[in-house]
Design a protein around this ligand. Structure first.
Ligand code: C2E
Ligand code: MG
Ligand code: MG
Length: 561
C-alpha cells in the first residue's frame, strides 16, 4: 500500500474541525481514542473493546436518526471496510444524523489509512465532524437538477448581495419561463425535459447577461440577478430562442422574460422576484418582443391584488359581501321567470367593489370557492325561507368557477340539496365554456352529476372569447346565455344578427333555451323577440338588485314606463 502521509497530515491539520478522532486497527478489530469532545455521551453508551461493537452499539442506539441506522450499519461493517481499503481505497465516508440535545444534526464520518497501514495490519484514522450548517444549506438551497441554486438559495444570496451592493450601480431581477414546457416534456419524456432544463440553465448562465446569481425554481422557472450594464433589450429576443437537440430530434424552445429594474432597494428579493414574474403576463407578442418590464401600473395592480387576497376572509366574517339579484324575464310576457345571483363587496373604505375586479383575483389565488359557498348558502336560505312561508319563488342561478368543482364539501352540499328532491327548482348553475372544457374530461364529470341530480346548468357568456359551435355537440347544458358582447352589437353589424339568429336556432334544436344577457335597448329587445329568444336579462328591465328590492319586483312586478 502506498504511503498516505499527505492525506493523513492534511486531516490532522484540520483536526480542530473534528469532535472525535480514533485510530482504528481493522485487522485486530480494535481502536484507540485520540480526541473526544463527546465524552459524556460516550460514557453513557459504555466502552466497547472492539471497533465492530462500537459501530453496532451506535447503530442500535437512540443517538442515530432511525432513517440513517441501516445505512450506517452497512457502511461500518468491518469486513466491508477491510475489503474497501484492501482494494486500494484511500478514503471512505458516511453521512448520517446524530442526536445532540434532542435535535438531529448531520455529521460525517471519514476513514483514511494511517502512515503505518499495510494490508496485513490495516490501521486507519476515523474522524467525525459536524457538517450540519453547510449540509442543510446545500439541501435546502440547491437545485439538484441543475446543480445551481433554487429559489430559496437565490433569495438568501440575493439579499446578502443587495445589502452590500453599491447604490451607484443598477441591477435587475429577470424571470424566465418556457413556452409550452409541458408539451415539450411529453415529447421528450421526463428525462429529456430534465436535460432541457439543464440546457436552459447553462444557456442563461453563459449568456451576455452574465448573471450575478441564477436559480431554477418550480419546473421551468428561472431567476437571474444581473448588473444593468449587461441588460441589452435588443438582444433579448435572440436570447429567448433556445435550440435543444436530443436523440436526433431538434426543437426551438421559446422563453419569455419578465423584468424588474430594481428602483426600490427597500423591497425584499422575494417581492422583486414577484414583480419580475408578474410582468410576464404583459407580454403581448412573444416572438417579436418576448419580454416585459414591470412598471407603475403593474405595481398598483399588484398592491390591489395582495390587498384583496388578504382581506377576503375578514370581509366574509365582517358581512361585507352581499348577494344581489338580477331579474330574468320571459321575452314574450315580460314576467320575471328567474334571476341571477351576483356578488357585491361593500368595502368599508373603498365602497362597492365590482366582481369584475375581485373575482379574477380570487380565482387566481384559489379563494373563489369561499365566496361562491357564501353565495350558495345565501341563495338557498333565501329560497327555502320563501318557500316555507308560501311566497312566490323563481329559480336563481349561481355562478360557479371551475375551482368550485374540486371542492368536495361544496359539491356534496349542492348534490345533497338537489337529491333532497323538493329543492330542485331552487337553484341553477352558470358555468362558462372554459370551465366546461376544463371539467368535462375530468373523471368525476361533476357537471354531468349536477344535471343527473336534477339541476339545470347554464352555459354562460356564449359567444365571448373562444366560443365555438362544436360546444353544442361536445357538452350538455339546459340553457345558453348569449354573451353581452353580441347582444350589444345588434343594430351595429349585420353579421352579428345572423350569428345570434343561428345560435338561437341551434340551441332550440338541442332542446336548450336561450337567455340574452346585457339587453339595454328596445331595438335589441325587438330583434331578440322576433328571433324567438326565450328570456331577457339586462338593464332594459332591471339592474342587479339588493335582496329587498328584488323581493319587491318579484311580488309586484317590474314597473316599466
Ligand atoms: P356574468 O355571470 O356574465 O354576469 C352578468 C354580468 O353582466 C353582471 O356583471 C351584470 O351586472 C352585468 N349586466 C347584466 N345586464 C347588463 C346590462 O344590460 N348592461 C351591462 N353593461 N351589464 C349588464 P357583474 O355583476 O359585474 O358580474 C361580472 C361577472 O363577475 C359575472 O359575469 C360573473 O362572471 C362574475 N361573478 C359575479 N358574481 C359572481 C359569483 O358569485 N361567483 C362567481 N364565481 N362569479 C361571479
Ligand atoms: Mg353569470
Ligand atoms: Mg354572463
Amino acid at each position: 500500500m502506498a504511503n498516505n502521509t499527505q492525506g493523513e497530515e492534511a486531516l490532522l491539520m484540520l483536526s480542530h474541525l473534528y469532535y472525535k478522532i480514533l485510530k482504528v486497527n481493522l485487522t485486530k478489530d480494535s481502536h484507540e481514542e485520540l480526541k473526544n469532545l463527546d465524552s459524556e455521551r460516550s460514557a453513557e453508551m459504555g466502552y466497547s473493546e472492539k471497533i465492530s461493537d462500537w459501530f453496532k452499539g451506535f447503530a442500535h442506539s437512540e443517538y442515530i436518526h432511525p432513517d440513517d441506522a441501516e445505512k450506517y450499519l452497512l457502511f461500518s461493517d468491518i469486513d466491508s471496510l477491510r475489503k474497501s481499503f484492501h482494494e486500494g481505497k484511500k478514503y471512505v465516508c458516511c453521512y448520517y444524523r446524530r442526536k445532540v440535545a434532542n435535535n438531529f444534526r448531520w455529521v460525517c464520518m471519514e476513514l483514511i489509512p494511517a502512515q503505518e497501514y499495510s494490508h496485513d495490519n490495516q490501521i486507519v484514522y476515523l474522524y467525525i465532524r459536524d457538517i450540519h450548517e453547510g449540509f442543510m444549506t446545500d439541501v435546502e438551497e440547491k437545485d439538484f437538477l441543475t446543480r445551481g441554486l433554487n429559489r430559496r438559495g437565490f433569495l438568501r444570496q440575493g439579499k446578502i448581495f443587495m445589502e452590500k451592493a453599491g447604490r451607484d450601480k443598477s441591477y435587475s431581477v429577470l424571470f424566465f419561463n418556457i413556452k409550452g414546457f409541458k408539451a415539450i416534456n411529453e415529447f421528450f419524456g421526463t428525462r429529456g425535459g430534465d436535460e432541457l432544463l439543464r440546457t436552459i440553465y447553462q444557456h442563461l448562465k453563459k449568456s451576455s447577461l452574465q448573471p450575478i446569481l441564477i436559480a431554477r425554481s418550480d419546473g421551468d422557472h428561472f431567476y437571474c440577478l444581473i448588473d444593468d450594464t449587461n441588460l441589452n433589450y435588443d438582444d433579448l429576443p435572440e436570447l429567448c430562442k433556445i435550440t435543444f437537440t436530443k436523440d436526433n430530434k431538434s426543437i426551438r424552445v421559446y422563453a419569455r422574460c419578465g423584468i424588474y429594474n430594481i428602483t426600490d432597494y427597500s423591497l425584499d428579493i422575494s417581492t422583486m422576484c414577484d414583480y419580475a414574474k408578474l410582468a410576464i403576463s404583459h407580454i403581448y407578442d412573444e416572438y417579436l418582443k418576448p419580454y416585459a418590464v414591470f412598471d407603475d401600473e403593474m405595481r398598483l395592480n399588484y398592491i390591489m391584488h395582495s390587498e384583496i387576497q388578504g382581506q377576503v376572509h375578514h370581509a366574509l366574517t365582517n358581512n361585507e359581501f352581499e348577494v344581489y339579484y338580477q331579474p330574468i324575464v320571459d321575452a314574450h310576457s315580460g314576467e320575471i321567470t328567474s334571476a341571477e345571483a351576483l356578488i357585491r363587496w361593500n368595502h368599508p373604505e373603498q365602497g362597492i367593489i365590482s366582481p369584475g375586479v375581485f373575482i379574477p383575483v380570487l380565482e387566481e389565488s384559489g379563494r373563489i370557492t369561499q365566496v361562491d359557498s357564501f353565495v350558495l348558502n345565501e341563495v338557498l336560505s333565501f329560497q327555502k325561507a320563501r318557500k316555507k312561508a308560501g311566497l312566490k319563488i323563481v329559480p336563481i342561478s349561481i355562478n360557479l368557477s371551475w375551482m368550485d368543482f374540486y371542492d368536495t364539501k361544496m359539491m356534496e352540499t349542492i348534490l345533497e340539496e338537489l337529491r333532497n328532491g323538493e329543492n330542485n327548482l331552487l337553484a341553477r348553475f352558470e358555468v362558462t365554456e372554459t370551465s366546461y372544457a376544463a371539467l368535462s374530461d375530468n373523471e368525476e364529470n361533476m357537471i354531468a352529476q349536477l344535471r343527473e341530480a336534477g339541476a339545470e346548468v347554464l352555459l354562460d357568456d356564449f359567444g365571448s372569447g373562444y366560443s365555438s359551435f362544436s360546444t353544442f355537440s361536445d357538452y350538455d347544458f339546459d340553457i345558453v346565455k348569449l354573451d353581452m358582447g353580441f347582444v350589444q352589437k345588434i343594430g351595429e353589424d349585420g353579421k352579428i344578427k345572423s350569428i345570434i339568429h343561428s345560435i338561437i336556432d341551434m340551441s332550440h334544436h338541442m332542446d336548450a333555451k336561450v337567455i340574452a344577457e346585457g339587453v339595454e335597448t328596445q331595438n335589441q329587445l325587438d330583434f331578440l323577440h322576433r328571433h324567438d329568444c326565450d328570456y331577457i336579462q339586462g338593464y332594459y328591465f332591471s339592474k342587479p338588485l339588493p335582496k329587498e328590492d328584488f323581493v319587491d319586483v318579484l311580488e309586484n312586478g317590474l314597473s316599466k314606463e
